[in-house]
Design a protein around this ligand. Structure first.
Ligand code: HEC
Length: 223
């Protein structure tokens, strides 16, 4: 406990005296903790720039493909394609085909929170893919075509992608949409698992070359 000292200090204003008491220990403890915290915070966000600040977070929110370029003295050091947690596992970013064909990968993994930091694996489980097929027929085909050939929305069977074709990109496209361009954000409507299922199904359409395919949009992605 704090010690109390009833001796008043020298000064006195309008009859108000100040006692010379120590600050309570818990208070001092919090005070020192806040100093330590501020150093860690400063290092994380401003020195090492591991964390995204508000502006980056905002841009990421409105454009899932936002990339932050690291500048240092005018020199481009590299591009961080996405914010990654320290627990990020690159295995989550395998390309669709390799994910689909590599044995043993059955399900989406690492889906814990709905954030920009989560990585996904495409699923290969036929039952879940079938559930994705049903969602696609119900919710997506009016714009992307029954076979994914495109219509109002882009062709999702070809090698051209506006927003990238790895599962992480697709999941983001579906989750956040591009409301200004007519692509709905499906989070809210579809549960995270359903988003994974429909995204994984969509990736199986790649290379199927359906009739009346809409022409290329976006960049050629080879894999
Ligand atoms: C109302 C029409 C509409 C519906 C419904 C719709 N989309 Fe889209 N989608 C679009 C448009 C338009 C774009 C192109 C966005 C752009 O230009 O940035 C798009 C883009 C996409 C992309 C990115 C394609 C690329 O080239 O990178 C994916 C993936 C996608 N949609 C998946 C889906 C899925 C899955 C569903 C169903 C759950 C769905 N869409 C439903 C209109 C739609």
């Amino acid at each position: 406990m704090a010690e109390y000292n009833d001796e008043p200090l020298e000064h006195e204003y309008d009859g108000i005296k100040e006692l010379d008491n120590n600050l309570p220990r818990w208070w001092l403890g919090l005070f020192y903790l806040s100093i330590i915290w501020s150093v860690l915070y400063m290092f994380y966000y401003h020195v090492a720039e591991i964390g995204y600040l508000q502006e980056d977070e905002y841009r990421l929110e409105i454009d899932p493909n936002y990339t932050r370029a690291e500048q240092s003295g005018g020199k481009l050091l590299g591009i961080i394609p996405e914010y990654r947690t320290p627990f990020y596992s690159p295995a989550g970013d395998v390309t669709p085909r390799s994910a689909m064909t590599s044995k043993g990968i059955k399900r989406a993994v690492l889906l814990t929170f709905e954030t920009d930091t989560v990585s996904y694996l495409a699923i290969t489980d036929p039952i879940l893919l079938n559930s994705g097929r049903e969602s696609f027929a119900k919710l997506c085909s009016q714009c992307h075509g029954k076979l994914g050939e495109g219509g109002v929305g882009p062709n999702v069977t070809d090698d051209y992608w506006l927003h990238g074709n790895v599962i992480t990109n697709i999941v983001k496209s579906v989750t956040y949409g591009y409301p200004a361009k007519g692509m709905i954000a499906w989070r809210g409507t579809l549960a995270p698992d359903d988003i994974i299922n429909v995204s994984s199904f969509l990736m199986t359409l790649h290379g199927t070359n359906p009739p009346n395919g809409r022409g290329p949009q976006g960049e050629l992605v080879e894999n």
